[in-house]
Design a protein around this ligand. Structure first.
Ligand code: BG6
Length: 493
């Protein structure tokens, strides 16, 4: 990938949850890659915060083990590794108690002019208390920023509470709410596709587009995160944030610039134009599912309840489909079918724009029918863009129509490593660029749309419908789209 790497300002990055899963799997590897590209100034420090008793050496050993576990061996060279490990500090700290705060303050003192980032990779219930403690300790220096990992709350009220508590300490432009989907190269590419090409914009509306499908399918189960996941479910875990953000990028009006508020204002308008799904519409426009035992990736896997292992049957959804509609001129009458689930047949995040059928066919019936054009934006894996076109099947046997993809594979076009979303996002925090982060009003507007669905599921005792692991969810998910005379992309081939 060709990109111009500019060193960021000197920073101190303090990671609450510094020994946790996210830090080990994502944050530290992402920072290491930035080290490899010499993007981190030599004086910058990374401070892991946890309750463990670890001196600097022990923390460095833990981080090295995490890098070795999560990165290919050939990506770790000794010189960069040593430089990276040399930046690490660890403070044993009790986030709600008194232990460790003095030590953290002492470590950071004298560096007030640096960019100071507090990354809260903790449970959302701790965001407010940690910010209050940071204020008490006087650590909110002029260039301090706070990063909040999702989920921001579990409903509108709790999201507002967290936003109020954090907002009491940090100004909105110093609060970076992460939605890691926005940091994915292919998600940013959606903006390039839409706004750096003149081809699509005239067609990007209800007169040319029949409907849109957004799918984020995973083959994994809950992966040891059962505790969190069982309290969240697919709607809170994936739709409220990642999928609605994707929907916004597809549906928003062209912002006047890429400046952060210009983009976020447009996304907010989309969220506010989403038609509420409430009351009886919930039964028609939503599906909840939960996986049972089955097979994915050629392996037999247990059902959700067995994987959780609590002994009690759970009513949490691991799959959901929603039919979302946007009440504005551009999108009137164009449904957005949103689908996500765990233990599905393949890992695939994609956006499919299905264009309208041709208005009249000039071809004889035996030519076959012209299928509607589709633009498929593959976010992961096999990142790329595919445009399904109708062509003449070659040969002397008369006119036969055939659908063929015009396929742009990013892996083939750019033979380079795709940076992880966190690499971009962490550097944006340090640079102070919030374009790819969620503003308070966006998060709250997303909760405001999702909440009536959650409420209706609860009121109607809508238990999730079972589906076998390795299938595309319960049959109701297929019925939902077929009732509208449409099919899911994978069934349309
Ligand atoms: C996280 C969800 O936000 O996104 C997980 O909490 C999910 O449940 C993950 O697995 C998916 O992210 P990615 O980048 O692997 O598509």
């Amino acid at each position: 990938m060709s990109s111009h790497i500019i060193q960021v300002d000197v920073f101190d990055l303090v990671v609450f949850g510094g020994t946790g899963d996210l830090a080990r799997r994502k944050l530290l590897p992402a920072l290491f890659y930035r080290e490899r590209d010499d993007q981190l100034p030599p004086e910058s420090r990374i401070v892991g915060i946890s309750r463990a008793t670890l001196n600097r050496k022990a923390y460095a050993a833990l981080v090295e083990a995490a890098l070795r576990e999560h990165l290919p061996a050939e990506h770790i060279d000794q010189a960069h590794l040593e430089r990276f490990l040399g930046r690490l500090h660890h403070v044993r700290l009790d986030v709600t108690g008194d232990r460790g705060w003095q030590e953290l303050t002492a470590l950071l003192s004298g560096a007030e002019d640096r960019v100071r980032v507090f990354y809260l990779a903790t449970a959302p219930g701790l965001f407010g208390p940690i910010c209050a403690k940071l204020a008490d300790a006087g650590l909110n220096s002029r260039r301090a920023r706070v990063v909040l990992e999702k989920p921001i709350g579990r409903d509108l009220a709790s999201a507002r509470r967290i936003n109020d508590e954090v907002g009491a300490v940090f100004a909105e432009d110093a609060i970076f709410r992460i939605d890691h989907y926005l940091g994915k190269e292919t998600v940013q590419n959606l903006m390039a596709l839409r706004f750096a090409n003149s081809l699509f914009e005239p067609l990007w509306n209800h007169s040319a587009i029949d409907h849109v499908q957004i799918t984020v399918a995973e083959t994994i189960g809950v992966e040891g995160r059962g505790d969190y996941y069982d309290r969240a479910g697919a709607l809170r875990d994936m739709v409220q944030n990642h999928i609605l953000q994707l929907l916004c990028l597809v549906a928003m009006e062209p912002p006047t610039t890429l400046e952060s508020d210009a983009v976020r204002d447009e996304k907010l308008k989309v969220l506010r134009a989403l038609q509420p799904i409430a009351g009886p519409a919930v039964a028609l426009k939503t599906v909840r599912g939960q996986y049972r035992a089955g097979a994915t990736n050629g392996a037999v896997v247990p059902g959700y309840d067995e994987e959780l292992g609590t002994g009690a049957p759970s009513e949490t959804e691991t799959f959901t489909v929603l039919k979302a509609e946007i009440g504005n001129w551009r999108w009137a009458g164009v449904p957005f079918y949103l689908r996500t689930g765990k233990r599905l047949p393949r890992r695939a995040s994609e956006i499919v724009i299905v264009f309208r059928s041709i208005p009249h066919s000039i071809f004889a019936p035996d030519a076959g029918s012209a299928r509607p054009n589709r633009l498929v934006v593959r976010l992961q894996p096999n990142e790329g863009v595919e445009l399904l076109l109708m062509i003449k099947d070659p040969g002397p046997g008369g006119m036969r129509l055939r659908a063929m993809p015009l396929n742009l594979s990013f892996a083939e076009a750019f033979r380079a490593r795709y940076p992880d979303a966190y690499e971009r996002l962490l550097m944006d925090v340090i640079r102070g660029n919030p374009t790819l982060f969620m503003r308070r009003d966006e998060v709250e507007a997303a909760w405001a749309w999702v909440e009536p669905i959650l409420a209706a599921w609860q009121e109607r005792h809508e238990t999730p419908k079972p589906y076998a692991a390795g299938t595309w969810g319960p049959s109701a998910a297929i019925a939902l789209i077929e009732r509208d005379g449409r099919t899911w992309h994978e069934d349309a081939a």
